[in-house]
Write a protein that binds this ligand. Structure first.
Ligand SMILES: [Zn+2]
Length: 218
């Protein structure tokens, strides 16, 4: 493991003062755990997690401690995105993404329909389809960045962002909404003012999991 990686992981886990005390006294890492959280996810049921940072941080990394099987997030090749820029860094997609295996078939079906309907040329970027367990990064109506204590759906390999690089916060992704919705996805533009964002609403097909009924208000 390169030296830089070790340092980065230490900083993700513990703060600077803790590094010093760790070095001086050999404090156990377990004593420096982050904040604990829980939620009922409509696809996966009751989940527990903890923050990697030692306090709540907007968009901060999390670790699932129960209720979510991360091994179900598997590699998937999507031929239609080969050569397309990713969302944030603009790096070029190879076609391989990390996505929840129960939703592989419906994502491939949606992309085939997008291609068949001649809409692929309107997709300028595709990203966020990877295992990235972190908290949400909500923005209010005036563009203020808000803290959320709920994991993003990008944490579950069930979400992706389309046309984040269109200069309009993904507004041009509207053209794909009907096709993705017909294949079991929810469009963030209609649901919560995040038009680049799509996520699995229901698993479709033979491997479908039951949709959990979370208590209202949970
Ligand atoms: Zn998103």
């Amino acid at each position: 493991m390169p030296h830089g990686t070790v340092i980065r992981e230490l900083h993700m886990t513990i703060n600077r003062r803790a590094v010093v005390s760790l070095a001086l006294f050999g404090a156990p890492l377990a004593a420096l755990a982050g904040k604990k959280g829980a939620l009922c996810h409509p696809l996966f049921g009751q989940l527990a997690f903890e923050t990697v940072d030692d306090d709540w941080v907007r968009g901060g990394d999390v670790r699932f401690t129960s209720g979510f099987d991360t091994t179900l997030i598997k590699s998937l090749f999507v031929p239609q995105i080969v050569g397309m820029p990713r969302s944030t860094d603009g790096a070029i997609n190879t076609g391989n993404i990390q996505f929840h295996s129960h939703a592989h078939a419906q994502l491939l079906a949606a992309f085939e329909q997008i291609e068949q309907q001649g809409l692929l040329r309107k997709m300028v970027s595709f990203g966020g389809a990877r295992f990235q367990p972190r908290l949400r990064k909500p923005v209010d109506g005036e563009g203020r960045k808000l803290l959320s204590r709920t994991p993003s759906n990008h944490s579950f390999g069930t979400a992706f962002d389309v046309n984040a690089r269109d200069g309009k916060y993904g507004a041009t992704a509207r053209v794909f909404a009907a096709i993705f919705e017909a294949n079991g996805f929810l469009w963030g533009g209609a649901a919560f003012n995040d038009p680049m964002h799509f996520e699995v609403k229901t698993f479709i097909g033979s491997q479908a999991l039951p949709t959990f009924r979370c208590p209202t208000g949970a």
